[in-house]
Every structure is written in C-alpha cells, then in structure tokens.
Design a protein around this ligand. Structure first.
Ligand SMILES: [Zn+2]
Length: 308
C-alpha cells in the first residue's frame, strides 16, 4: 500500500565528507517531493539536516519548503532538487521555527529568491534563534559559524493565507502551537497533500522540549486531520499517509496527555510516573524511543503540573 510513495528515490551524496551523508529524494505525488535527511542526531556531516523538507515543481519554478540549517546544507538541498528537475528554486517557504527549517535562508536570499512565512513563524524564529545558534555550534562545530539568520521578506500577518504559484494552489496556515509555538503547515488542496513540518514526526520518536507548547500540539494535530490529507510530508521521517501520522504522532500525543493527566490527578510523583509509563510497546517501533520517551513524560508532567 505504501509502495506508491517510493516511486522515485534518489540519493544525493555530500562530497565533503568521507562518511557520505545522503539526502533522499522521494516522489510523493505528481510534482511534489520529500527530501529526507538523516533520521539521527545533528552532525557536522549532515549539516544538521536530520529533518525532512520538500519541494513542488511548478510552471514558475520550484517552490522549496524549508531551507535547511546552514548555507552548505542549503546547497545540498539545491543539489537534491536538481537531481529531479532543471527548474531553479524560485520560492522558499518557511513553515518551521526550528533551526533546520530556516537557517539555510541566507543561501537562497543571496540569490534573490523570495522567502515567505507567516508572522507567527518569524516571531517564533526570532525568539529562539540565539539558543538554536549556540546549540548548533555545539552540535556541528565550524559549519554553524557560517550561519547568518535571514528572515522571510514576504511576511503574512494572518494565520491563514491562500495563494497560487505556477498554477499550484497553496494554503499556508497556523493550526495552533506545535513543536514550536509559531510552526505552520503548507496545504495543497488539489493534491490533498500537506507539508506538516514538525507537527508530525514519522518513523522516529518526537521530542518535547521545555519550549514546546505541548497542550496545544494535540489540538493542532486534530486541526490538521480536518484537512483530510492523503499524503503527508512530515517534519522528520519518510513521507506517508495520515494513518501513519496518527500512529507515530497523534496517538502518542494523546497517550501522553491522558496518562500524565491521570497521574497528576492521582497525586503520583514525577519519578513514579516516569517509571509507570516508561513501557509503551505500541510506540517502541519509533526510532529513539529509548532516548526520548522518558524525557517526554518528564517534560509533559512538568508542563501539565504547572497549569493545574
Ligand atoms: Zn525538527
């Protein structure tokens, strides 16, 4: 059933490293592609491209969704796009506030490519940029020093905007807070395809940070479900259908909320709660379950306790 998602898979190898890092280009539907980075941590080799982005080939050139975390990463993305089309990248859309969704902007801005984002996304990027840059230096070293944060120059001061580029209709919308409070999704109604950014993680365990508005995330997921997407290009992991998004992200968010709320209602201590919820076999198929699951319980407990 999933085979049609993997019609064309190409590998674009980085040439600057002995340990070749590859970006995988997946044809999702028609002229819409996912670019899947490492399903692992940020490293110097992968230029912090441990996320998924994508692009649409239109009659007016390529629309790129997310720009990577560094200029060198952006160049790799450009190469990945060039592996399936001769069309240049003419538009960049930022849907995420996390580093690897927008810190490659400077590379495209230098070529005069317009960059579009919701005001909420830009606000969120500005709020977190300092912390993200210092973390990036720790994670990928020298390459992080080439990053200069460039924000969108086409900023939409609404939470919902419809536009058409090269005959393809897009809706850029903010469904509520998610992994970051200003994250957005890009919906293509005619193709029933959604770029969810970090609202959806496939194949790997999502991560809840102190800055993640957890209580909103599940509600936002329900809003995205109302679009009834056939194809999902997530913020991490391989493209898939919405049943996969529900399995790997939606059910997990709901499970965390239900169980941690129950623990708080029973006055259970944090340590005891983590211990009791640590075994969740229905989510063990997700990569990094061992590394992230307990941290997520911890974070959700702290956040839900604070608002009680
Ligand atoms: Zn991410």
């Amino acid at each position: 059933m999933m085979n049609h998602f993997f019609v064309g898979i190409l590998f674009v190898f980085a040439t600057f490293s002995v340990q070749a890092f590859e970006l995988i280009v997946e044809q999702v539907v028609d002229d819409t592609y996912a670019i899947v980075g490492h399903i692992g941590p940020r490293t110097a080799e992968n230029q912090a491209l441990n996320n998924t982005l994508g692009f649409v080939v239109t009659a007016e050139g390529v629309v790129l969704v997310s720009s990577g975390a560094t200029p060198a990463g952006a160049a790799l993305i450009e190469k990945a796009v060039a592996s399936v089309t001769d069309q240049p990248i003419q538009h960049v859309i930022n849907i995420g506030a996390q580093d690897h969704h927008w810190l490659g902007n400077s590379y495209f801005a230098a070529k005069g490519v317009p960059i579009t984002a919701l005001q909420k996304t830009v606000d969120s990027q500005k709020k977190h940029v300092e912390a993200q840059l210092s973390r990036l230096v720790a994670q990928i070293g020298e390459a992080a020093k080439t990053v200069s944060p460039i924000y969108a120059n086409r900023v939409i001061d609404r939470d919902h905007d419809d536009f058409t580029i090269g005959g393809v209709a897009f809706t850029l919308l903010w469904p509520g807070g998610g992994h970051f409070e200003g994250d957005a999704v890009l919906w293509m109604p005619a193709l029933k395809t959604v770029f969810t950014g970090d609202f959806v993680f496939h194949d790997r365990m999502l991560g809840i940070h102190a800055t993640t508005p957890f209580a909103q995330w599940r509600e936002s997921f329900v809003e995205i479900a109302k679009l009834k997407p056939t194809y999902v290009i997530p913020g991490h992991g391989y493209a898939g259908d919405f049943a996969k998004s529900t399995r790997d992200t939606g059910h997990y968010l709901a499970w965390l909320r239900r169980n941690v709320k129950e623990a708080l209602a029973d006055w259970r201590e944090l340590g005891e709660t983590i211990e009791q919820l640590s075994d969740a076999p229905q989510f063990k198929h997700l990569q990094f379950f061992d590394r992230w699951h307990k941290r997520n319980i911890h974070q959700v407990y702290m956040q839900l306790e604070a608002v009680q």
